[in-house]
Design a protein around this ligand. Structure first.
Ligand code: DP6
Length: 400
């Protein structure tokens, strides 16, 4: 008897031009376009195995070892239903295809990073779910077509269907058919883009993106200005900067857009604060680091960006990462030695050196644990189809 099963992995993406606001909450259609960099799956990824079998009684899903309910009409159910519909279309067109669209599926997914780190796991998760079902069903669909389905799981997930530099065009049609992700440039175009994720300790329960952004849509006049007058020009300008590998412009726009996203959060009634004192201190450090460079006749050397939580992501060309890691560790001592995946530091390790001319008074030093982890990664590729040896479901169709 044939086994119908596929395993794929999908990457995390971090936006430079932020998605914040829906014009349709069911179809997940945004109020503005957005643009992100896909991060390397060698460091951060979601892996998913999907299997269709006539003996399965119902669709089931396990996330990091725990079974999740697939609520009727919910985001998971929508993605699974849409993928089955595409498989059914294929079977109707091609009679030689086995009729597996009517079978229930078992889906098992894991992240290789802790959910508690507050990294956007839903984007990688829904992208891995959709790509594993696409592989299971041998769908001839393009990444943009699949992104339309991943979008209905979590908006930002649609951008994880591509590697490199990715735009999510908001579209204008009420049915969402023109709201999908496209590649702006593959990672090979600008492989030098590195990222340092600063995992900031957070003890309060934050406002989720989903509920936070709808409150912003309902109450923030600044958001309306952003949608109509700011984002369209920024999307054009940052796409051109990526095509020209112009880091200075890329960095300026990325920081401006992070600032404006947090400004519309503050403009929400009641206000939403995602950054904390540690987040703001990291902004001060990057601003000063760039100031020193510009004062010496250079250009911007790093860009910060923050999502719906206090973690910082710092984008920079590879050559600057050593200085940036020294800088962050100077102010935020680490409990564990820095994991150095690119071998930047020799046996002596990180010393906490500041660049010449840096004004140390721009921020105070924090204690161990304020930044509880640093992840050095870079721009990466899109979803990968993995071999059977990486499968997460055992022969009995349950998690291994
Ligand atoms: C701040 O994609 O998590 O990270 O569509 O409701 O699932 P839903 O929201 P989500 O929002 C991400 C918001 C952001 C900005 C971004 O990634 O563009």
């Amino acid at each position: 008897m044939s086994v119908y099963q596929a395993t794929t992995s999908a990457p995390v993406n971090i936006a430079c031009i932020k998605y914040w606001g829906k014009r349709d909450t069911k179809l997940i259609l945004p109020t503005n376009s957005s643009l992100s960099v896909t991060l390397d799956q060698d460091h951060l990824r979601s892996t998913t195995t999907s299997r269709a079998d006539p003996s399965f009684e119902k669709d089931r899903l396990w996330l990091n070892g725990v079974e999740e309910e697939i609520k009727e009409g919910g985001r998971l159910a929508t993605c699974i239903r849409e993928m089955k519909r595409m498989r059914k279309e294929l079977e109707d067109k091609d009679a030689s295809q086995p009729k597996i669209s009517s079978y229930a599926v078992h889906i098992c997914s894991i992240n290789n990073f802790p959910t508690a780190a507050g990294l956007a796991s839903s984007a990688a998760g829904f992208a891995a779910l959709v790509s594993s079902l696409a592989a299971l069903y041998s769908l001839p669909a393009s990444p943009s077509e699949l992104s339309r389905i991943a979008r209905q799981g979590s908006g930002s997930a649609c951008r994880s269907l591509f590697g490199g530099y990715v735009a999510w065009n908001m579209g204008s049609k009420p049915d969402g058919s023109d709201s999908y992700a496209v590649e702006v440039a593959p990672r090979e175009h600008w492989p030098d883009m590195h990222a340092l994720i600063c995992v900031v300790s957070d003890d309060k329960k934050g406002t989720s993106s989903t509920s936070g952004m709808q409150r912003t849509v309902e109450t923030s006049p600044l958001l309306q200005h952003r949608i109509a007058h700011v984002v369209p020009a920024r999307m054009e300008a940052i796409s051109a900067a990526i095509r020209a590998r112009d880091f200075d412009t890329f960095a300026r726009l990325t920081m401006q857009d992070s600032n404006q996203f947090h400004a519309v959060a503050l403009d929400t009634d009641p206000p939403i604060f995602y950054m904390n004192d540690v987040s703001r201190a990291i902004i001060a450090l990057i601003v000063e680091y760039n100031r020193v460079s510009v004062a010496n006749g250079g250009k911007l050397k790093a860009a910060y960006t923050y999502d719906a939580g206090p973690n910082a992501v710092i984008y920079a060309p590879k050559e600057n990462l050593k200085e940036i890691i020294e800088l962050i560790i100077h102010y935020f001592p680490q409990a564990e030695p820095f994991k150095d995946p690119f071998g930047l530091f020799g046996a002596a390790g990180v010393q906490g050196k500041l660049v010449e001319g840096f004004n140390p008074a721009v921020a105070k030093s924090f204690g161990v644990g304020a930044v509880k982890g640093l992840i050095h990664t870079r721009v990466g590729d899109g979803p990968r189809v993995l071999g059977a040896e990486e499968a997460l479901l055992g022969a009995n169709g349950l998690p291994k």
